[in-house]
Design a protein around this ligand. Structure first.
Ligand SMILES: O=c1cc[nH]c(=O)[nH]1
Length: 444
């Protein structure tokens, strides 16, 4: 007989074959849903299904109420089921330094200076490894299946952080799929240092990246970056125009560079905050170009809300985020991600994509209707990271799922979902978020 859903079924012995009955799914997160699975009236794209799990995979997705009445299973009582999310933009090397390095004034410039001081003083392999491990434990316990992290790759730090990352990727294989991006300044691509970085990234199977902003030789630097990436078969990932200055238009230059060079890899642009401060005509023309160039965009709403438009003693007037609705309307693939956690760029955060989606919905109005915005948390980032098995619920896919007690978006987004159950390959996960005390010895 199907067992009723308790608060959590972590630890329950479900066996190799069982049903998850009466589950609510956002249909936009189901691959090739059978035609009989119908969106519920007024349900914001939600449908009721029964999910057959066999040997760690989803074996079938059928209309709710059509699974056989008997045999092993769990009745979810309309609880939501989502695929495990994919966190496309993080900074695992910076995370959790807040206890020893706060942001003095909460601004972007304050963050840059504070991180530089901390990096110079403390970022040994041991220090980076311990904080990276802590962040990954958080991600895993919250249900994240894959993470892309930027790694500060200036000077000697590259040789410290990339090997630490490689070890973490090995250690976490089978639990979290990891990718890394080189984080340097765009002007480095005008120097010979760029070749060293590109070779390092290639050796580690990474993604070539940088922070792009308006420098004098921006187009030359971009052409060099795309040439180095193309020669090595690398994808590219930018931090773009993370400012409220309307004159910051490096996104426009990136789109032009892709069209000019014919670069064929994936190009992800993070932040793109300044678009929201530009004259609408100019901003939308840039988005047309970005769509033509095939750019993908990731927004980091929590970090943007924290850093942008901050000045002492003055109330912020804008939310810091980019033009996500206008991008989606042009067919630009858009994702949401965590960004920094408990470091000078963002003083809070727990590597929890459910929190990110909740905050993104509030900050960016990803509701009324909810539509296919849930795709920003899993299938779109999985596409950008080239992870064909991640990000969707579907027959033949690994049963990496998050099961919620919440049945509706109102219930999902009103509480932190601390009672969620994560299934990895169909098995309830026992992992818990780590205790902050684990980091105390780093700050002694
Ligand atoms: O760590 C970083 C670097 C640049 N911008 C961010 O938001 N975070």
């Amino acid at each position: 007989m199907p067992i009723p859903f308790q608060k959590s079924f972590a630890g329950a012995s479900l066996g190799a074959k069982f049903w998850l009955k009466k589950a609510t799914v956002p249909l936009s997160l189901v691959e090739d849903p059978p035609p009989e699975v119908a969106i519920r009236a007024g349900g914001d794209g939600l449908a009721t299904v029964d999910l057959r799990i066999e040997h760690g995979k989803v074996a079938a997705v059928v209309p709710g109420g059509t699974a056989p009445c008997c045999g092993p299973g769990v009745t979810l009582e309309n609880g939501l089921v989502w695929p495990c999310p994919v966190d496309l933009h993080t900074h695992l090397d910076k995370g959790h330094i807040w206890a020893r390095q706060e942001n003095p004034d909460g601004t972007f410039m304050g963050a840059l200076g504070a991180v530089e001081r901390d990096r110079e003083a403390h970022w040994s392999a041991r220090d980076v490894a311990a904080r990276m491990e802590f962040g990954l434990k958080c991600s895993y316990a919250h249900g994240t299946a894959a993470v892309r992290t930027h790694l500060d790759s200036l000077g000697k730090q590259a040789e410290i952080s990339w090997p630490v990352f490689a070890e973490a990727r090995e250690r976490w294989a089978g639990r979290i799929t990891l990718q890394a991006v080189s984080l340097i300044m765009i002007e480095t691509y005008l120097t010979d240092e760029a070749v060293r970085i590109a070779d390092l990234v290639q050796r580690h199977g990474g993604v070539l990246g940088c922070v792009s902003y308006m420098i004098q030789d921006l187009d030359a630097a971009l052409d060099r970056l795309f040439a180095l990436a193309a020669e090595r078969g690398l994808d590219v990932d930018f931090h773009v125009d993370e400012t409220g200055d309307p004159g910051a238009e490096s996104l426009h230059h990136i789109a032009r560079a892709v069209l000019r060079t014919g670069f064929k890899g994936r190009v992800l642009c993070g932040h793109c905050c300044s678009l929201a401060a530009q004259e609408p005509e100019r901003a939308l023309a840039t988005l047309d170009l970005a769509a033509e160039a095939g750019l993908c965009v990731v927004t980091l709403p929590m970090c943007n809300l924290y850093l942008q438009d901050r000045a002492p003693g003055r109330t912020p007037r804008w939310r810091g985020v980019t033009l996500l609705h206008e991008m989606r309307a042009r067919g630009i693939p858009v994702a949401v991600a965590s960004d920094n956690c408990r470091d000078p760029f963002y003083g809070y955060g727990d590597h929890d994509m459910v929190e990110v989606y909740r905050e993104a919905t509030r900050i960016l109005h990803l509701d009324r209707p909810f539509g296919d915005w849930p795709r920003t948390t899993a299938p779109v980032p999985a596409h950008v990271m080239r992870l064909p098995d991640a990000g969707l619920i579907g027959a033949g896919r690994t049963a990496d799922l998050i099961v919620f007690r919440a049945r509706t978006y109102s219930e999902l987004l009103s509480r932190p979902q601390s009672d969620r159950t994560v299934l990895r390959a169909g098995v309830p996960l026992e992992a818990k978020v780590p205790d902050y005390r684990e980091l105390d010895e780093l700050f002694a």
